[in-house]
Unconditional design. Structure first.
Ligand code: 5GP
Length: 180
């Protein structure tokens, strides 16, 4: 089915930027890297809600390791701007001590969310922590992060779809859209 090139979500318009097919190709590439790097290990994936729920579902189905997944919820965004303040909404309810952990994030923007999460997780003494993100805006990074797995780098524009929202809406598009 032909997808719409321009969509309106609430008061803003968005144009298609990365197709579902292109996203899935990159997700497969990253999953292959994880399968190779974690061979013989049983990692626990920690997906950051809400934005990563579709990415996590697609990524996990490409992982062929014996692994677990759990979900945490943090938020630093209001509308289309990062507030810089991170509110922990749902905490960790899985024992990660001594386990290899892979954080699954939809998008790294300033990096503050992941930096805060790393601090919290390190307190639980996991064996290791890697970051896996669908999208990265390199020009917005404010902290020094070692992002081992990244599907796509994108410019500093607000994006929506494939799990990412604008004020709660737009998560259900198959492709990724950029604000116009
Ligand atoms: P950071 O702490 O890295 O600045 O922000 C990370 C969070 O902000 C992401 O998990 C995501 O929820 C949200 N975010 C950052 N950039 C965008 C964007 O372009 N679009 C949407 N929908 N959310 C974003």
């Amino acid at each position: 089915m032909q997808r719409k090139r321009i969509i309106k979500v609430k008061d803003k318009s968005f144009t298609i930027s990365i197709s579902e097919r292109a996203l899935k190709r990159q997700i497969k590439r990253v999953a292959d890297e994880i399968n190779r790097d974690y061979e013989g290990k049983n990692p626990i994936f920690l997906a950051v809600l809400n934005g990563s729920f579709i990415f996590a579902a697609d990524l996990l189905r490409e992982i062929n390791l014996a692994c677990e997944i759990s979900f945490v919820k943090l938020s630093s965004y209001e509308g289309v701007n990062s507030t810089g303040t991170i509110h922990e909404l749902i905490g960790l309810n899985t024992n990660i001590t001594g386990r290899p952990v892979i954080i699954v994030e939809d998008i790294v923007d300033t990096g503050l969310t992941i930096a805060r999460m790393l601090e919290t997780l390190k307190g639980h003494n996991p064996e290791s922590i890697d970051i896996c993100t669908l999208l990265l805006k390199p020009s917005k990074l404010q902290v020094n992060l070692n992002i081992r797995y990244c599907c796509r780098q994108i410019p500093d524009d607000f994006v929506l779809g494939y799990g990412l929202d604008y004020d709660g809406f737009g998560r259900n598009t198959k492709d990724l859209y950029t604000i116009i």
